[in-house]
Design a protein around this ligand. Structure first.
Ligand SMILES: [Fe+2]
Length: 417
């Protein structure tokens, strides 16, 4: 069970206001950390926009020939063709980065499934480094909370930024998006960690002629769903970063010729777990940040009806929600139980094909020219074993979806920003 997310007393406080409003927080370990880091932290905030812009500029245009680049760097290459089953099989994990036994157990269980299913690509849906995100681009936590647990899962991992990766003064606040640049920088030297920029897309080619079979659009949801108000103008909800990201996502989805389109974003659009859905996260319905109202707008105005799937974490649960008219036929899946587990119960009632609020687990997405299937696995941590709990299958893009209970040169146009 996990109930460790710090929730502010009011919407859209600055972190300083939150600390003043919650003396117990300031007197405890969080306050100790704040006092220890306060001076360097101020410099980090002031440098955020410049650092972010520089990183994005340097990375612009990277990855035009990803297979060649991977060969030069020793990185695990993106798959260039469907596997022996005629499909791309992709491991889905979220909220993994604790470095604790549960993360190791889920990864160990996933290794067995990945071997059997011919998995050649993985996804990390954010909160990659608990609790505060990395302190630098070569923080040892990249080793203890990512590389070591995932040993043997030797494939590229499409990583997205979560609120813990963008912590400011308070763990998980999302109040310092510039911290995410450390994860972009780390990707340059990692064989697994694929994050050519803070948001990016990766398209995997079909076996024959024609456009890509499946395309992933990794987005940064943090500036519009942080627990606190953004202080850096670059990352404000209506600032240049979010305007540019929205324009990029809109254009990329419009331009995509992929049969299957999958959006990867840490914070969910719809969610039956305790954090709730975009626009009313954690019970907040006012303001520009804590409620996620502007992420709701982004999902509804740009993603719904265009992407087949939204894959998210943040809630430490496993949910396969049903596509509806509200979502324009897009299916929301929550897969955030690779390191922590939920509180055991549903908090909301969005239509679901299957959902689990108590177990650790992961999922496997399989995309072929005939169908896209997502298999959900729960993991028994003590024995490090996985159990196939449910499958959903979509046979036509944004079309009718069937749900069944279970028995017992790739083109990565990354670095557009
Ligand atoms: Fe999160």
């Amino acid at each position: 069970m996990c109930d460790d997310e710090l929730i502010p007393p009011s919407a859209d406080l600055t972190e300083e206001q939150w600390l003043r409003a919650d003396p117990a927080l300031f007197d405890g370990p969080v306050g100790e950390r704040v006092r220890a880091m306060r001076a360097p932290r101020r410099r980090a905030v002031l440098g955020g926009a410049v650092a972010g812009a520089a990183a994005l500029t340097v990375l612009s245009g990277a990855g035009r020939t990803p297979a060649a680049a991977a060969a030069r760097s020793g990185r695990f290459p993106l798959p260039t063709a469907p596997n022996r089953n005629g499909e791309y099989a992709v491991l889905l994990t979220g909220d993994a980065g604790t470095g604790e036994e549960a993360q190791h157990a889920v990864a160990a269980a996933a290794r067995e499934v990945c071997r059997a299913e011919g998995v050649g690509l993985a996804v990390g849906l954010g909160d990659n480094i608990y609790e505060n995100g990395p302190e630098s681009a070569d923080d040892s936590e990249f080793r203890t909370k990512f590389e070591e647990p995932n040993t043997g899962l030797d494939m590229p991992w499409l990583m997205v930024l979560g609120n813990h990766d963008c912590s400011g003064l308070i763990p998980g606040s999302g109040g310092d998006p510039s911290r995410g640049d450390r994860e972009v920088a780390y990707a340059k030297g990692s064989r697994r960690w694929h994050m050519p920029s803070r948001y990016y897309d990766v398209a995997l080619p079909a076996a024959g002629e024609g456009g890509p079979l499946v395309e992933f659009f990794a987005i940064d949801t943090n500036p519009v769903s942080s627990y606190v108000a953004q202080l850096d103008p670059h990352y404000r909800w209506n600032g240049p970063y979010m305007r540019e990201q929205r324009a990029w996502l809109d254009g990329a989805l419009k331009a995509s010729r992929a049969r299957w389109k999958v959006v990867l974003g840490h914070h969910p659009y719809l969610n039956n777990g305790k954090h709730g859905s975009a626009g009313s996260y954690d019970g907040f319905t006012i303001g520009d940040y804590t409620s996620g109202v502007h992420l709701k707008e982004l999902y509804e105005e740009v993603v719904c009806g265009r992407a087949d799937l939204i894959l998210s974490g943040h809630d430490h649960t496993l949910q396969m929600l049903e596509p509806t008219s509200r979502t324009g036929g897009t299916r929301q899946i929550v897969c955030g139980a690779a390191g922590k587990a939920g509180d055991g119960r549903a908090h909301y009632g969005h239509p679901a094909s299957w959902q689990n609020f108590a177990d650790h687990g992961f999922m496997v997405l399989k995309a072929s020219d005939r169908a896209m299937t997502v298999d959900a696995y729960t993991v028994d941590v003590p024995t490090r074993t996985a159990r196939l709990a449910h499958s959903v299958r979509t046979s036509s893009p944004l079309g009718a979806a069937a749900s069944t209970a279970a028995p017992g040169a790739s083109s990565a146009s990354a670095g557009r920003r």
